[in-house]
Design a protein around this ligand. Structure first.
Ligand SMILES: *[C@@H]1O[C@H](CO)[C@@H](O)[C@H](O)[C@H]1NC(C)=O
Ligand SMILES: *[C@@H]1O[C@H](CO)[C@@H](O)[C@H](O)[C@H]1NC(C)=O
Ligand SMILES: *[C@@H]1O[C@H](CO)[C@@H](O)[C@H](O)[C@H]1NC(C)=O
Length: 518
């Protein structure tokens, strides 16, 4: 680091002097204190404190993010649409705050949130999964999670970009690309894959274009972009959060979860969106996992104490690899914080899971996608396309558009060729479920693990088939490129995973704001 130049020092001391002068003259205390508060990188707790001290309004917050979107989005393309009513909603929140007791307001009250564009909102925003085929469609109602967000007083800021159709249109469609907004960029290193499919949610919170965001995951779609863009992603147990009103891939695997700059922010968002929704049956079954008092009670500094963590990945064996170096350091910290690390635990074969995710999972998802998507499209009030077949025809009709021709729609075509859950799909589903229940669950119990960990997003398929939860936390940078650590567990393990992820984050404090390297 260079020593501060005399000019900088001069500026610094002049600022301090100015502040002191204003303070001592008692003229404009608020304004001076407001200088200490920066919206950039602010957490929900910072923002709520600033609200309480009347240093900040929701309107100022929304204005800041709208400005940043205008400034950064032409490059990053993390946002597809901003909500024309965002300022109105902010004013409403500001008014409520001035009339209600602070204790009656939720952590998300007045907080601007960006939603992945496959999450329906019944307002002026479109819900299109990034596709031109759904532009102008009218949804019947808010998605289940949006109902809960509005009830909590959150401000719906806009829709985040994604890999089009949550990466289920064509296998050659690039991560982070959709027809509506083009190629999303990784704000850390612009030429690096932002990963998907919840790319825009990760890009936007990483670059401070929103306070917090929601993504969705079927297999890796929250975890991978969180890893790539250095944010915290929670992939909840399937059914913990409602999928009603979310453009689907598979009701068996889909889940909605927060993507934020800190574990605490993600947990506050999780607290707001979990729970029963009569439009999604799985929420009934999964409600039993939700602890009394919610999840924020698990944000504990000593959360690693006594936790048994399995080390899954063999990269740790190679001392000279840069990933290993990052992780060896973390292993030391984890041990120091009281965790018991179980090195390469017995009976786990990641390869089996990865190969099933190529074959069996693909077969199951294609059939499930056709059924679930057709049901979603039928339920719309109005839409240019009413079925998967219509969407395919739409793409063909517009196939002259460069990107549609180039990237194709092979997954759409394969899905359209399925005829329900037949013999092949049943056998595939049986395999997936066996690998999960007889393989993964037994492995966890035999080794008495609270969680396992792995660098990057490679472990996502372990969690996918049977709907297990995971949390990705920023773990380091290699030549400026972010690297995350994924903690995974059994169904309903969110309390333990939150304790582990929060204590890890607080002990390491790795995340830095993005630097927009070329
Ligand atoms: C939604 O899409 C329509 C085009 O069908 C467009 O006119 C409108 O501006 C979009 N809404 C927002 C909030 O961008
Ligand atoms: C472990 O993870 C790293 C980084 O994600 C990956 O490059 C490597 O192939 C993995 N190794 C094994 C044996 O799974
Ligand atoms: C199920 O797994 C077995 C053994 O791994 C494999 O031979 C078979 O092809 C799989 N079944 C399907 C339908 O993929």
């Amino acid at each position: 680091m260079n020593p501060p130049s005399p000019w900088r020092l001069f500026l610094f001391w002049s600022l301090i002097f100015m502040c002191l002068t204003i303070l001592s003259s008692g003229l404009n205390t608020i304004k001076c204190r407001a200088h200490a508060f920066s919206i950039k990188e602010a957490t929900i707790d910072d923002i709520q404190l600033a609200f309480r001290h009347t240093q900040l309004t929701s309107r100022q917050l929304v204005e800041f993010y709208l400005n940043e979107i205008q400034r950064l989005n032409p490059l990053l393309r993390g946002v597809i649409e901003v909500n024309p009513d965002a300022l109105y909603l902010a004013d409403k929140a500001d008014h409520e705050r001035s009339t209600k007791a602070p204790v009656s307001l939720s952590k998300l009250h007045g907080i601007p949130i960006l939603l992945k564009d496959n999450i329906a909102t019944k307002d002026k925003l479109n819900t299109t999964a990034g596709s031109l085929a759904l532009l102008g469609s009218i949804v019947p109602r808010d998605a289940g999670v949006v109902v809960k967000l509005r009830k909590a007083g959150a401000v719906i800021l806009g829709k985040a970009s994604l890999s089009e159709w949550a990466h289920f249109r064509g296998s050659n469609v690039p991560s982070g690309w959709c027809a509506r907004s083009g190629q999303g960029k990784n704000p850390y290193v612009l030429s690096v894959d932002p990963c998907g499919s919840s790319s825009g949610s990760a890009i936007s919170v990483a670059a401070n274009m929103a306070a917090v965001s929601l993504g969705t995951e079927t297999d890796g779609s929250i975890i991978c972009p969180s890893d790539a863009n250095s944010v915290v992603g929670i992939k909840p147990t399937v059914g913990l959060t409602s999928r009603a009103g979310v453009i689907p891939i598979s009701p068996r695997q889909d889940t909605v979860g927060p993507m934020c700059r800190t574990v605490a922010d993600a947990v506050y968002v999780l607290d707001a969106i979990v729970g029963f929704d009569h439009r999604d049956k799985a929420t009934g079954e999964a409600s039993k996992y939700i602890p009394y008092g919610g999840y924020k009670q698990f944000l504990k500094l000593n959360g690693l104490k006594g936790k048994r963590l399995g080390i899954l990945n063999n990269t740790f064996d190679f001392e000279d690899s840069s990933i290993s170096q990052v992780f060896y350091r973390h292993f030391k910290t984890l041990r120091k914080e009281g965790a018991v690390l179980v090195d390469h635990p017995d009976d786990f074969n990641l390869e089996d899971i990865l190969s099933a995710s190529e074959s069996d999972e693909g077969a199951a998802l294609k059939a499930e996608f056709k059924i679930a998507l057709n049901a979603y499209l039928r339920d719309l009030v109005a839409s240019p396309v009413r079925s998967l077949a219509d969407a395919i025809a739409f793409n063909l009709k517009f196939s002259k558009l460069e990107m549609i021709k180039e990237y194709g729609q092979d997954l759409f075509l394969d899905a359209q060729a399925t005829t329900g859950i037949g013999t092949k799909e049943k056998a595939a589903l049986l395999n997936l479920s066996k690998l999960s229940r007889d393989g993964y669950e037994k492995f966890m119990r035999k080794n008495k693990l609270d969680a396992w960990m792995i660098p990057g997003a490679e472990g996502a398929p372990i969690l996918a088939f049977e709907g297990y939860p995971g949390i990705s936390v920023p773990a380091g940078y290699i030549e400026g490129q972010p690297l995350g650590i994924l903690f995974g567990g059994l169904k309903g393990a969110e309390p333990k995973l939150i304790e582990i992820a929060y204590a890890f984050e607080q002990a390491t404090k790795v995340r830095k704001p993005p630097s927009f390297r070329p």
